[in-house]
Ligand binder design. Structure first.
Ligand code: GDP
Length: 514
């Protein structure tokens, strides 16, 4: 019932380095491929990858992003989501300001009154484009690092009077890494120093296959100042969107990404970019380890709206805690499912932390052992005292001290730790791991907050583990089950006393002296 991280990665069909970084996202820090996970933790991780857990804990629950539709071409089109990137001072903010003025709500409500991280522009024929209005690479990257590919295309802004610059190339690199297509907007063409041809040839030199050179990357000449070419830019975005065939179902459970999260006078708000489905007030949603009953939805003009369809960004009120930017948002069928998912994710996170700490402690311990061993080799122990300079080496075969110091057989005593809260479980695990000597050591197989469950007892029975119950009640049937299965339970609410008892148990478990 134990599995190493690398074997789990293989079992789940994940590449090990990607898997490790994903584990980190789940809250496992500093976990290496050699670390050992308990079956239960492994099952929870597997569940995150959409596998049915083989170990049924009976109490956990999570919401899954829906699988892709069988026939995507039958779905309705949704507005493309666009990010503007480019070198500093090349005009990203100016272009966004220009577009924002022409945005749907700005026209309906006399201007955008608040920044929510994105806005939508309506074009003739009822088509829409959603612009993420945090320019630059940082936002794009931080979302990408969290696995969120929120943007459908990148507008690469290059100033006609400055041409390709370091951050232009960086933006290109990121767009390529994310496999997001680009449209080049050559900006500031109103300036007398503008040199469009130079920009084009510089782009071609850097591997951008632009239309003029026979490639398929569109290039549009614009001016954020005069508005020249801006309608063309929007047309080109729609053209690319058509080619990309961007579609999403409008019904069913909503899904999206958290773009921003802040506290406003109204309470905690987060902007959610809806990816699929339609979000409405009254819906229950989960993002990371927090949930919300959607109290109201507001657009970039601060106006309340009844629904947010795919491809639009909306400010959501009603969060219990602020979610993190980049978090995936998933709708839950009801409040209890939303709460259960949050609970489950919290537990997974806690376990991840405890396992990381245990991994760290194990590493530290190995390092200490190694150093001790080195010291021992350098200064062989003598009866007359370890710290005195060693005299001439004795004949090796007849040294009785060396025989006495030969490494004894190492024994382990297994522990399962349960407790009232995460913090105390952590402290108990740390205190227990401090104990032991070269002959016997404690090993923590599983540590998690909560009451002892049947699962805990059954696994402790199989693994020959002693359960530690810290500062928590034990249900009667669990006590009986433990007795039947012969699983010892140590009950304490003072760490000092607990450690005393653990020491006794360790001493008892030592093989008898001959
Ligand atoms: P960002 O750093 O990429 O966001 O660049 P900004 O939008 O802040 O623009 C940098 C400077 O270039 C500002 O002084 C803008 O007024 C100016 N600028 C931006 N777009 C244009 C344009 O199309 N024409 C001219 N003449 N100036 C522009």
């Amino acid at each position: 019932e134990y599995i190493s991280v690398s074997n789990l990665a293989i079992a789940l069909g994940q590449k090990i380095d990607i898997f490790l970084s994903q584990l980190e996202e789940l809250g496992f820090e500093d976990v290496g491929k050699e670390n050992i996970l308990t079956g239960e933790t492994a099952a929870l991780v597997a569940q995150e990858y959409g596998f049915e857990p083989t170990v049924d804990t009976g109490e956990e629950e999570d919401l899954k992003a829906r699988p892709a539709a069988a026939d995507p071409s039958s779905l309705p089109l949704r507005p493309p989501v666009v990010t503007i990137m480019g070198h500093v001072d090349h005009g990203k903010t100016t272009l966004l300001d220009y577009l924002r003025k022409s945005s749907t709500v700005a026209q309906e409500h006399g201007g955008i009154t608040q920044h929510i991280g994105a806005f939508s522009v309506s074009l003739s024929g009822g088509k829409q484009i959603t612009f993420l209005d945090t320019p630059g690479h940082a936002a794009f990257l931080s979302m990408r690092q969290r696995g969120a590919n929120v943007t459908d295309m990148v507008i690469l802004v290059v100033a006609a009077d400055d041409s390709v610059m370091p951050q232009t190339l960086e933006a290109l690199k990121h767009a390529r890494a994310a496999k997001v297509p680009i449209i080049v907007a050559i900006n500031k063409v109103d300036r007398p120093e503008a040199n469009v041809d130079r920009v084009k040839s510089d782009l071609a030199t850097n591997g951008v296959e632009i239309e003029d050179y026979g490639g398929d990357v569109q290039v549009v000449c614009v001016s954020g100042k005069t508005g020249q070419g801006m309608a063309d830019l929007e047309e080109n975005i729609l053209l690319l969107a058509e080619m990309l065939d961007i579609r999403a179902e409008t019904d069913g459970m909503a899904e999206g990404w958290v773009l921003e999260s802040t506290i406003k006078p109204l309470g905690r708000v987060a902007t959610v970019l809806i990816k699929r489905g339609t979000l409405r007030p009254g819906d229950f949603i989960v993002a990371g380890r927090v949930h919300a009953k959607v109290r109201s939805l507001r657009n970039e003009a601060g106006v309340e709206i009844d629904e947010a369809p795919p491809g639009t960004a909306v400010e959501v009120l009603g969060w219990k805690e602020p979610p993190d930017a980049g978090d995936l948002v998933v709708q839950a069928p009801d409040e209890s499912k939303a709460k259960a998912a949050v609970h489950y994710r919290q537990e997974l996170h806690d376990r991840g932390e405890i396992i990381s700490q245990m991994a760290q402690q194990e590493q530290d311990r190995q390092k200490r052992d190694h150093e001790r061993e080195l010291e021992r080799i350098a200064n062989p122990p003598r009866r007359r005292g370890r710290h005195q300079p060693a005299p001439a080496p004795p004949p090796p075969a007849e040294d009785p001290v060396a025989a006495e110091d030969a490494p004894p057989q190492m024994t382990h005593l297994n522990f399962t730790i349960k407790g009232d809260v995460h913090g105390s479980v952590e402290a108990v695990a740390a205190a227990i791991l401090e104990q032991g000597n070269n002959e016997i050591r404690p090993r923590v197989l599983h540590a998690a907050p909560g009451q002892i469950t049947e699962w805990d007892v059954e696994h402790a029975a199989v693994a020959g583990s002693t359960i530690v119950n810290f500062n928590n009640t034990i249900p009667g049937h669990i006590k009986r089950l433990a007795q039947e299965q012969g699983v010892p339970i140590l009950e304490h609410n003072v760490i000092y006393h607990l450690v005393e008892e653990v020491r006794e148990r360790l001493a008892d478990a030592l093989p008898p002296l001959v």
